[in-house]
Design a binder for this molecule. Structure first.
Ligand code: KPL
Length: 307
């Protein structure tokens, strides 16, 4: 039985990790007076300094907890890198109860299939957001752009609390849009990341530079390959839809460096396997050509090992 039902109080949220989106969610939970905990590895106290989009400053104490605080939550939001998700669930498995709701929120695709195997009985949601923020220091968050958030249920086994959960999640990173098929917006976001992230990382440029004419052929080729896969998956769309979505985000985030640019710069592992790598895997399933996304995977992997 959900904890909140037992105690007759609003649902409690566990936010996994102290990353950018995790901190953004924590800041919003704090503003909304939600009952929440931030699950970190070291369980160390954190005072978070936040500067919002209008440069207003806030400082608040993050309620941190260790892995066992997952067991006391109703909603578990997992805004960590795609390549960390399966390991996190393995570690937290004994604390996750079948009635808890899991929310996946990260760049890239490929985790849903694995999480469904790991947690077949849980309510599962996937989400994607275009909010922009970065962390100048481990205890600082700078919010750079208010975007919007797309959400949808992957599986909903327990109808209890469904409306309350939706209302709580909708208020976190608004405006929020709910989809009956969340895979479509996830694929659109995948295309945006597949074009902007590796190109901005390989050419070492801010997102806005990718509006230049010299990058357009490559962007169109990336989107053409994704369009073909999406059509095989049953989505009705033309390549222009993806190209325009990429161009729009290039404009909206023109002053930012993409996460892959930052990861390579800081010699961190990138999300390439869950972005262009996932696209290459899906193309192979349908026997479709995918040379441009494959070449980008190889180049980024090469840079990962050589930096
Ligand atoms: O999601 C992003 C990222 O950097 O990972 C985009 C949308 C490309 C913004 O930079």
């Amino acid at each position: 039985m959900p904890l909140s039902t037992k105690l007759n109080q609003p649902s409690k949220i566990a936010i996994i990790g102290n990353g950018v989106i995790g901190n953004l969610l924590a800041f919003r939970c704090h503003q909304l007076s939600y009952n929440y905990v931030v699950v970190t590895r070291d369980n160390q106290k954190i005072e978070l300094d936040v500067s919002d989009i209008d440069n207003r400053q806030y400082r608040f104490h993050l309620p941190v907890g260790s892995l066992n605080s997952v067991a006391e939550s109703d909603i578990i939001i997992i805004p960590i890198k795609a390549y960390q998700v399966a390991d996190f669930i393995e570690q937290a498995h004994s604390y996750i109860k079948p009635w808890q709701t899991i929310v996946l929120l990260h760049n890239g695709m490929g985790t849903i299939e694995r999480v469904r195997q790991q947690l077949p009985h849980n309510n599962l949601l996937a989400a994607t957001t275009t909010y922009g923020a970065f962390k100048p220091q481990v205890d600082q968050l700078a919010i750079k752009g208010c975007g919007e958030t797309q959400l949808g249920w992957i599986q909903c086994n327990v109808a209890d609390h469904k409306v309350e959960i939706q209302n709580m999640l909708s208020a976190l990173l608004p405006p929020s849009h709910w989809h009956t098929d969340i895979l479509f917006p996830l694929w659109i976001k995948l295309a945006i990341n597949a074009a902007i992230n590796p190109l901005s990382a390989l050419y070492k440029v801010k997102n806005g530079e990718l509006a230049q004419a010299k990058y357009q052929i490559q962007i169109a080729a990336i989107c053409d390959e994704i369009t073909l896969i999406m059509q095989h998956l049953g989505f009705e769309l033309e390549s222009d839809r993806l190209i325009n979505a990429v161009k729009q985000v290039i404009q909206q985030t023109r002053d930012n460096y993409s996460s892959m640019n930052r990861d390579l710069q800081a010699k961190r592992k990138t999300e390439i396997n869950f972005i262009n790598g996932y696209i290459v895997e899906q193309a192979a399933r349908f026997n479709l050509p995918c040379p441009v996304n494959l070449a980008l995977c190889r180049e980024i992997r090469q840079r990962e090992v050589s930096t």
